[in-house]
Design a protein around this ligand. Sequence first.
Ligand SMILES: *Cc1c(COP(=O)(O)O)cnc(C)c1O
Length: 364
Amino acid sequence: MSETSPKLRAELDGIPTYKPGKPAAAGGPVAYKLSSNENPYPPLPGVMEQAISAAGVFNRYPDMACTGLMNELADRFGVPVSHLATGTGSVGVAQQLLQATASAGDEVIYAWRSFEAYPIITQISGATSVKVPLTAGEVHDLDAMAEAITDKTRLIFVCNPNNPTGTVVRRAELERFLDRVPGDVLVVLDEAYREFIRPAEGEGGGVPDGIDIYRDRPNVAVLRTFSKAYGLAGLRVGFAVAHEPVAAALRKTAVPFGVSQIAQEAAVASLRAEDELLGRVGSLVAERERVYRGLVGQGWTVPETQANFVWLRLGARTLDFAAACEAAGVVVRPFAGEGVRVTVGENEANDLFLRTAEAFRKEM
Ligand SMILES: *Cc1c(COP(=O)(O)O)cnc(C)c1O
């Protein structure tokens, strides 16, 4: 065998590997997976039925244009089909956005800590990450992000609510930021947890709906996913809403036939069952408030969260806390030296987590 190996792009050196949330221990006592921000509810029977019927033709390629889903999304969100693009999860779409905008020598700005896929997909594109620290309150520092823009900037992620802190930016500050971004820089509003925000805009909460924002801003793209509120994480389907040249570029950079027919039909069925699914989201939001208040009552400092998870900045105690949770039967997501993100799950899982956090706190 030859000693040489195929030449790989130097950009791939040192790419951090995406750490999936740890699975709940098999065969252990009770074990709950609160590490991946998944929806704890099982698929709705009607959605399952659609998925199973689509599975009956998986010898065929899916509809490459995702016609049924695109039409349904266009109706639901009041946008033209030409402003939509689908992909294998919204991470897939985010990667397409980078492929469409950035390469070696370019810069991509995002808050840090934020979604761990951003550094990975940025590095794969060849562009350089410019990470702007969150404020002391764990919120995007939009002023600092605006100041970080250079003539090399091609794309800026704003994760709202932010993963893993759950914090949000509000309309006025977001608009002020967008006014400062040059028109040739794409701003991506990643709204994976949009449905969990309370109160919704119009009810006085002031957290903007990206789809309102994008309408008169050609340099804004909105990312949404079926993985969280709609409970289709395993099927890999997400979408972007963006103006024509950007949406068209997304269709060019998509993996052909990336979104399976099963995913497409389950997504359509989910949009049609939205009342029921959003009812479940309401229950999760109530649980989130219970977990948040429980932690605050125990004396923890917890940033106010608008997503389906809470963030505890544990610093040097992070891994010990995660180990204590795991020993108790709850798997959480540690970021070593920084903190722990805990998904809001089944009521019993949340109870178990709260008891574990309380015991840990007493020993601190
Ligand atoms: C979970 C998540 C996504 C969505 O991932 P999918 O690829 O759609 O499953 C996107 N952005 C953020 C910030 C997330 O936390």
